[in-house]
Ligand binder design. Structure first.
Ligand SMILES: Nc1ncnc2c1ncn2[C@@H]1O[C@H](COP(=O)(O)OP(=O)(O)O)[C@@H](O)[C@H]1O
Ligand SMILES: [Mg+2]
Length: 129
């Protein structure tokens, strides 16, 4: 297992978590799926944010109350990475993945209330989702 629970804390093993995601990546996206070495620093930072490791976030100069904005070219692997992170996390840390396309359609129908709804903290971290 790539995480364990000790004294009410979820402790993740980073190398094992990477192995878990690589195996799932090969199943979902094909046998060529790999985590490129040059991306590892970014993947490590994303991992620290998603497991809410506040101590390491502060060391990195990141504010634990803020979200994460990931940008990059279309087809660069952002969605795949987030899907794998989602699968790897303990249910307590899981988040909902929602395509922007869907939010755009809801915005067209419902208006600005939708932006408020998706900005709400309880939506971002919904344990057991
Ligand atoms: N780490 C990776 N190794 C190999 N192929 C990948 C990797 N990440 C993504 N891909 C391939 O690239 C395609 C596009 O990735 P995707 O996550 O949809 O990009 P983005 O969300 O950045 O537009 C995926 O369908 C997948 O087959
Ligand atoms: Mg995408």
């Amino acid at each position: 297992m790539h995480y364990k629970i000790q004294n009410n804390t979820i402790i993740y093993d980073f190398p094992k978590s990477l192995d878990f995601m690589t195996q799932k990546g090969k199943i979902l996206f094909g046998p060529d799926f790999v985590f490129y070495d040059e991306l590892m620093p970014i993947i490590r930072i994303l991992f620290i944010c998603l497991i809410q490791d506040h101590e390491n976030m502060i060391k990195l100069g990141l504010d634990p109350r803020k979200g994460v904005l990931m940008s990059g070219p279309v087809g660069g692997g952002k969605t795949c990475l987030m899907r794998l992170m989602q699968m790897m996390l303990h249910p307590y840390h899981k988040f909902q993945l929602k395509p922007c396309r869907d939010i755009r359609l809801e915005f067209q129908k419902e208006g600005f209330g939708i932006i408020d709804y998706y900005s709400h903290q309880s939506f971002k971290f919904s344990p057991g989702f």
